[in-house]
Each structure stands twice: as C-alpha cells, then as structure tokens.
Design a protein around this ligand. Sequence first.
Ligand SMILES: C[S@@+](CC[C@H](N)C(=O)[O-])C[C@H]1O[C@@H](n2cnc3c(N)ncnc32)[C@H](O)[C@@H]1O
Length: 235
Amino acid sequence: MRTSLSYRLIKPELLDTMAVSDPRAMASRRDLVRVNAVMFQSVIMARLLRANLERKPLRLLEIGAGDGRFMLSVARRLAPQWPDVELIMLDQADLLTPKVRAAFAALGWRVQSVVADVFDWIDRPEIEVFDAVSANLFLHHFEDLELEKLLSVMPRLTSCFLATEPRRSGLALWCTGWLRAIGANAVTLHDAAASVRAGFASDELSRLWPGGAATTFQECRVGPFTHAFVARGTG
Ligand SMILES: C[S@@+](CC[C@H](N)C(=O)[O-])C[C@H]1O[C@@H](n2cnc3c(N)ncnc32)[C@H](O)[C@@H]1O
C-alpha cells in the first residue's frame, strides 16, 4: 500500500528489534556505513559543527551513536583543528568495538560510551553540560510527542544541538530501492524506506523545540537525502 509523504509515518525498524550479534544485523550495520557515505552525512555533520561552534569544543555528546563509525568519520574531518575532545556516545546497545575506540584515541579524542535508553538517560537528576549534542539518523525513530520530550531537555544540556536526519521526500524514498546496488541486505532496504517515511521536512523539528526565548534555528534540506537541524542559544 502506498502512503502519503505529507506526514511522518513511524514504524519499527528491523535493526532495532534484532540481537546485536545476529549476522543480518551485523551486515546491516556495515551497510549503514555505506548509507551514511552515500548521503554525505559525516561531511554535512562536520560542516555544521564547524560552522556552529564558536570555539573548539571540549565535550560532545552523540545520542543514538550506534557502533561509532559515523562519528569516527566526523572526528577524522575535525581532529586536525579539534585535536583534544571528550566524546560521550550514547546508545541503547553496546556496539563500540576496541578497534573503533583505538581509532578515536589515535585522533586524540577520548571516548566514553553510555549504554542506555535515551529517555531513561534524560530523566536522571544529574545535569551534564556539553559544547554540542548531535544526532545522526536517530530522531526519526520517534513520534512527535517523544521528540518533544527529548528536545525539551536539550537547552539544559547544551547551547548547540545538531541533527542530520533522513529527508522525507519522493526522491529519497525512490532512491532507497537503489541501495541494492551497493549490496545492502533486506534489513537495510526495509529500514531505509521506513526511515525516509519517518523522516522530516519543512520546519517540523523547529516546531517541536521547546518554546521560549533566544533560539536560532537552521532547518533545511542538504543535498538530496538529508534534513539538517541546528538549534543554537537557549530555549
Ligand atoms: C539508524 S541507527 C544510527 C546509528 C548512528 N548514529 C549512525 O549513523 O551510524 C539508530 C541507533 O539508535 C539507537 N536507538 C534507537 N532507539 C534508541 C533509544 N531509545 N535510546 C538509545 N538509543 C536508541 C539504535 O540502537 C541505533 O544504534
């Protein structure tokens, strides 16, 4: 059945329901590295971080960080200018391998992984502060009400929140079929299409940001497949 792309449709993604060590899940996580590359996600995120942070960051948080290979690709672009960063990577699954940790260490980035559901984590009483909080291919997992809850705490954690998410468009949806050409498996093909349908357009994320004072928003399409969102200032 064809459904409209005029609204977000959130359906469970297969990868999130599979055991971490399931060979199809492992293959799909490898596909994700190529999907991020095809979408230029790390180029876009590195550019947004550089453009929106006024000074070298000391502490970054990534939510929904996965196996860390996306952020490693971002770090490789930024490390020449930002050699000494503490990076906290939060995900519900424990996916960071010693090899990825070593690659961050070689860049001078100190990585700490937090294995937690993001909604449990934001409910903790302790407040930590970060120079930036980022998310890549993560926010689209959630319904608007959940996103509103997640975004409502961000102004307390950071003055710079950035997200690079799937763009909800006919072109992006059509192109997910072509992921077969890069050898993507059935899990990836399913999840890519589901991600586009759950993705964002227009100013949908800005509208979910907590109301109030001095926040500057940047929300737009970048390239054919990416929906970028930046909120700077206090909520
Ligand atoms: C599509 S993957 C993206 C991973 C990474 N950002 C990347 O680009 O490679 C989404 C990630 O979100 C994580 N995730 C989904 N729901 C979550 C939740 N409620 N709390 C924490 N992590 C979650 C999944 O475990 C998965 O690693």
